[in-house]
Design a protein around this ligand. Structure first.
Ligand code: NOJ
Length: 536
């Protein structure tokens, strides 16, 4: 297959996630906005090897919102929140992105609206309102307590009592995020119109929020206790959430999204759900047209062990059908930044893995320069969820670090969250000039991948050999072979390979690139990785 083969764009892209509040502030209010993103598009891809080279952007929500969950609580699906801009600027953004061959993926928050959405305002106004059934309402138990034991992902019961009508409504997340009732056909129709609206505006795909929550048990059965759980008494994990989420009917809802997308040319949707391989397999089956994939978040949580990572990828690959397109994620706006999680050297190794595996790599803004989580005292915290649970997500959402000027070049005024302490060293401007920086490694790997048909279209096969600290695999297309070797150990390791010679494309410490080396036996430094074109 040549690299010119016509495939859905999702088969070729590296996706860059932008958290719009934190990317670039253009109007000096301390909050990032759409114009700011437009101003920085050339950094992402100006068509030359000087830019990062990504070819799709996923925008976290920019819809109208009271911002209780920073946009994941939508009060109008068909408008842009003024903090980010307006529909006209959005049109310009799409035009400018497409001019640079960058696809645009919008966040699609279908499980819940904001409690300030007109649909919910109507729904809660009376038991007889025509939109009552658009949300999930239930009577209290005889003692006044919630209808069942379902828990909110963000802490406490997922039921909130609305005193006006003396019924509980369901919120799988914050009480300000009431769940829509996807069993109601009018909800389905209204949300289909939302997808159509943005498709007509020119968006290329969607990231479906909280996909596994979309449908709940129609008998509202209690979730059973988790027999293996040993942690704190109030944790979400103390139950097995088999009735409050992950219902088989959720797959039908995802299929609805795919059908809408299938009516248009070249669209794609990725579902947010933190799943193991058997559950991901079910989600892949939700759509038969290959336009959908669940996120694979497992690289975020797997232990640091070459063999565990190898067997995860082997098993994941083996689970996929011909039409299924894999993806991998190292971080996002809900998870600790990768450098904070594993350290800089290991983060470089993971970047090499991310860009050389088969499928779609997702990059969270700032990971390409190695941004770290920022610790915030409780009086500075903005994430309300963090006040309810232990995990506060502000730390991974701080302003993009562009340069060493005040506020890291993100804004000329004090940003909504503080910039990272190390921004004078960890920033785009500085790293562009540093040949061994994280940014230059990302850029090199991304450009190589984008122009290499073996990495884009070739198969995956892991190699087994004596050293359990090293994970090595081949990407193959016809006679061409790309070999990736990753040393997960803090010590020097050596491996013997069934090949003689290779040309070095990339190493994590940026040595030997372009050289032809003997690879019968190869010595790797601590956390060193190689990408090589096998010669013989
Ligand atoms: C998942 C999103 O990634 C997260 O940020 C949000 O708080 C919840 N879904 C609720 O929408």
């Amino acid at each position: 297959m040549s690299s010119k083969t016509q495939l859905n764009w999702s088969r070729k892209v590296v996706v860059y996630q932008i958290y719009p509040r934190s990317f670039k502030d253009s109007n000096n209010d301390g909050i990032g906005d759409l114009q700011g993103i437009i101003d920085k598009l050339d950094y992402l891809n100006d068509g030359t090897e000087k830019s990062l080279g990504i070819d799709a952007i996923w925008l976290s929500p920019i819809y109208k919102s009271p911002m209780i969950d920073f946009g994941y609580d939508i009060s109008d699906y068909l408008d842009i929140d003024p903090v980010f801009g307006d529909l006209e600027i959005f049109d310009r953004f799409i035009k400018e992105a497409h001019k640079r061959n960058i696809k645009v993926i919008m966040d699609f928050v279908a499980n819940h609206t904001s409690d300030k959405h007109i649909w919910f305002k109507e729904s809660r106004s009376s038991r007889h309102n025509s939109k009552r059934d658009w949300y999930i309402w239930k009577d209290p138990k005889p003692d006044g307590s919630p209808p069942n034991n379902w828990l909110s992902v963000f802490g406490g019961s997922s039921w909130a009592l609305d005193k006006r009508t003396n019924q509980y409504y369901l919120h799988s997340f914050l009480p300000e995020q009431p769940d829509l009732n996807w069993r109601n056909i009018e909800v389905k129709t209204a949300m289909e119109k939302v997808l159509e609206f943005w498709i007509h505006k020119g968006v290329d795909g969607f990231r479906s929020d909280a996909s596994y929550h979309l449908i709940k048990d129609d008998q509202f059965r209690d979730d059973p206790g988790n027999p293996n759980y040993k942690g704190p008494k109030n944790s979400y994990k103390r139950f097995l959430h088999i009735y409050s989420q992950g219902r088989p009917e959720a797959l039908d809802t995802i299929n609805t999204f795919c059908s809408i997308l299938g009516l248009h040319k070249d669209k794609y949707i990725v579902s947010e759900a933190y799943l193991d391989i058997p559950e991901m397999t079910k989600l892949y089956k939700a759509c038969s047209n290959g336009l959908h994939a669940p996120f694979n978040f497992n690289l975020i949580s797997l232990p640091w062990d070459a063999q565990i990572v190898k067997s995860h990828i082997d098993n994941f690959e083996a689970s996929l059908n011909k039409n299924d397109w894999p993806n991998y994620v190292l971080g996002n706006h809900d998870r600790q930044r990768v450098v904070s999680r594993v350290g800089k050297k290991r983060a470089k190794l993971l970047a090499m893995l991310l860009f050389t595996l088969r499928g779609m790599p997702f990059v969270y803004y700032g990971e390409e320069i190695g941004m770290e989580n920022v610790g915030l005292s409780s009086d500075k915290q903005k994430d309300l969820v963090g006040n309810r649970l232990t995990a506060n997500r502000d730390g991974e959402r701080t302003p993009m670090q562009w340069d060493e000027s005040a506020h890291a070049g993100f804004s000329i005024v004090k940003p909504w969250l503080p910039v990272g302490e190390k921004y004078k060293d960890v920033n785009v401007k500085k790293e562009l000039n540093d040949p061994i920086s994280m940014l230059r490694l990302y850029r090199h790997l991304i450009h190589y991948r984008t122009h290499n048909h073996v990495l884009l279209h070739g198969s995956y096969r892991s190699l087994g050999f004596g050293n359990r600290n090293v994970f090595a695999f081949l990407r193959e297309l016809g006679d061409e072979k790309i070999l990736v070797i990753l040393n997960f150990s803090k010590d020097e390791e050596s491996v013997s390979l069934p090949y003689q010679k290779a040309k070095v494309v990339c190493t994590t410490n940026r040595e030997k690139e372009g050289e032809t080396i003997n690879i019968k036996k190869i010595i790797l430094f601590a956390y060193q990785g190689y990408v090589m074109e096998v010669i013989e």
